[in-house]
Design a protein around this ligand. Sequence first.
Ligand SMILES: Cc1cc2nc3c(=O)[nH]c(=O)nc-3n(C[C@H](O)[C@H](O)[C@H](O)COP(=O)(O)O)c2cc1C
Length: 359
Amino acid sequence: MTALFEPWTLRDVTIPNRVWMPPMCQYSAAPKGPETGAPADWHFAHYAARAAGGTGLIIVEATAVSPEGRISPYDLGIWNDTQVEAFRRITRFLASQGTVPAIQLAHAGRKASTDRPWKGGAPIGPDAHGWDSVAPSPIAFDDRHPAPAELTTDQIRDVVGQFAAAARRALAAGFEIAEIHGAHGYLINEFLSPHSNHRTDAYGGSYENRTRFALEVVDAVRQVWPQDKPLFFRISATDWLEEDGWSADDTVRFAADLKAHGVDLLDVSTGGNASGVRIPTGPGYQVPFAARVKRETTLPVAAVGLITEVEQAEKILANGEADAVLLGRELLRNPSWARLAARELGGEVRVPDQYHRSV
Ligand SMILES: Cc1cc2nc3c(=O)[nH]c(=O)nc-3n(C[C@H](O)[C@H](O)[C@H](O)COP(=O)(O)O)c2cc1C
């Protein structure tokens, strides 16, 4: 038995292997009209190909809980029933391939309202379908971004409610796992980090206050997300700042809190909340952050970031550094990575009947 192809049951959901696809925005939804934020042909083809390729679990890209929570006007959203209906086609197909469908629920905070990355990704205004962004504090992400409006406590309560409503809709859309996006400098991450959170009320200052919003979101989602289905949380384990940022120590402490609030797995990424920092990237560069959480807490973890090689991925699991690996850009390059890895390692993976002659 290879570690990569060992099935895993979390709550009542069995994931056939440990080769997972992390959320990756496609910026390909309609920016206006009745289909706004709904998955389209591109999304279906994109996710279907990775499911047919044997990926054990697919986390659908950052999907906004409200229109203002989108990174760009072209993001997916899950705030209305048209969107739910459109997601069903994807979850149905993934399930037909034995791939577990998961979805990342997100709010972009002060990094909302930007153009698509391949158009430069600059902040945009109302003339280009843009809007004003919100955040814990009125501090712009960088020189290009306008300052966001500071959320009032009433508005914070509304956003918590939007996450719960989104989770309810995700369930109706056929998802088996929900992931809360607490990473990459988006709204939840902005609350966690003292770099972006300068509030002086119950939501800022101490560790307990800065983690309050995230835990309120977790509680609200956990309340509507069935007990037999897993809940994931994606975190940026460090801001990569020397001081006054969120640190790996904070992450270990917070992992225990998340576990106590009903989170089943920490998806461990880094960065995205402080502009202009140097991130020492390289093969598996974020794995040590996942490994530390796994070592020092009882919360299962997934590792992500420049994991591309079969042997490398197998070793991360065999060494006990993570419980699953997420392959992002490598799965964009090669949708059948899981199938080819299974062949190399002698692991078992489901091959679609239509492809039986390629086994
Ligand atoms: C095109 C693209 C879109 C992404 N969108 C998201 C996203 O929606 N949510 C998220 O948490 N991370 C997002 N990421 C980060 C990936 O999930 C992953 O953490 C990152 O690409 C590092 O893994 P890799 O080296 O295997 O690609 C995105 C990355 C790419 C390349």
